[in-house]
Design a binder for this molecule. Structure first.
Ligand code: SF4
Ligand code: SF4
Length: 332
């Protein structure tokens, strides 16, 4: 039987040991139903998740809720929305109790005296032209000033088909702002013309993402195996989709057979009672889903399947390390 020890040399075994201790248990929280932007293709608004439940306004209820989540075993709170920075008191309810990651469009600066080491992921949807089309604003010019050189911040760069051949310039701008970047692909939930992926574009962007990782290893937080998985939608020849997805809310997961999944994962709406189906759009067709976190979690929960060869297990380790870096369970 193949074992971790028989597949890995000392170097890789040490890397494996470092991540195997982590035991990450995440859930996702809509902090608010409001946003100071309205991006075309935003999964939250396009699926009407902002109408799913009214926001809980009592901060004491947020604090009690986070305590209950902690008791449920959650050790990583991923805050999304809407725009979490519109409600710093709710963000603080999490930050004071749990490892917290805050997704933001970066237009409002998170005060570092109040949240000194909170991980921040700034959404970026391409270069200035793409951002104008999809978000009505060049957000980078504002967010890069707000977060210049911040050691706990990275850009979550959502790449669109129009970005092919242009990612280098965006990544250099991020490097020059003293920040890191992680890449994912647009799912185009609102079918904006020209922004849906075609097979040859997926091949091209895979090669380009690989080249970016080689060229800017200190800026890009990624792995080539991750690029393969999100562009092909396949892992070890298995297809991604509803029957494979690890990021389904536990109380709504009645799949049979049950796939490997995130332990006790729930995506909560901002009334703190309602739950959404999964980590992303309630209405998205899973066959078109390019969600980066769902794909990387898919790999992470399938360690055993990657124990068929040394290379497969090394690929698994690299994706786990990437995830752990993005949420600062290990340093960059
Ligand atoms: S900034 Fe984020 S939450 Fe707000 S509309 Fe854009 S994608 Fe949606
Ligand atoms: S839309 Fe994506 S994340 Fe949601 S259940 Fe389907 S595959 Fe999973």
């Amino acid at each position: 039987m193949k074992t971790v020890s028989s597949l890995l040399d000392d170097h890789w075994h040490e890397r494996y040991r470092r991540i195997s201790k982590l035991n990450i248990r995440s859930s996702i929280y809509d902090v608010t139903n409001r946003c100071n932007l309205r991006c075309k293709g935003c999964f939250f608004f396009s699926s009407d998740e902002h109408k799913a439940a009214p926001e809980e306004m009592d901060i004491k209820k947020w604090e009690a809720f986070v305590e209950k989540e902690k008791a449920r075993g959650v050790n990583l709170a991923i805050l999304i929305g809407g725009e979490p920075t519109l409600c710093f008191d709710r963000v603080e309810a999490f930050y004071e109790r749990l490892s917290t990651f805050c997704a933001t469009n970066g237009l409002i600066k998170v005060p570092r005296d109040r949240f000194p080491d909170m991980m921040i992921g700034i959404s970026l949807w391409g270069d200035e032209a793409d951002e104008q089309v999809l978000r009505g604003k060049d957000t980078f010019s504002i967010s890069s000033k707000n977060y210049y050189g911040d050691p706990y911040t990275y850009y979550l760069y959502t790449i669109t088909p129009k970005q092919i051949g242009k990612t280098g310039r965006v990544i250099r701008k991020i490097r020059d702002a003293g920040l890191k970047v992680h890449m994912q692909l647009l799912s185009n939930d609102e079918a904006v013309d020209g922004f849906s992926w075609r097979p040859h574009e997926l091949s091209a962007i895979r090669a380009e993402m690989d080249a970016m990782l080689d060229a800017y290893p200190d800026t890009v937080i990624s792995s080539k195996y991750y690029h393969e998985i999100i562009t092909t939608g396949k892992m070890l020849d298995r297809p991604f989709g509803w029957m494979a997805c690890p990021s389904v809310t536990i109380t709504m997961d009645h799949r049979d057979p049950q796939p490997k999944r995130l332990t006790n994962f729930i995506r909560w709406a901002s009334d703190l009672k309602t739950m959404h189906r999964c980590c992303t759009s309630e209405t998205r067709d899973c066959a078109t889903c390019k969600d980066g976190a769902a794909h990387m979690s898919w790999v992470m929960v399938n360690k055993r399947a990657h124990m068929r060869s040394t290379k497969d297990l090394q690929n698994w380790i690299e994706i786990y390390e990437m995830f752990a870096k993005l949420y600062q369970f290990i340093p960059w």
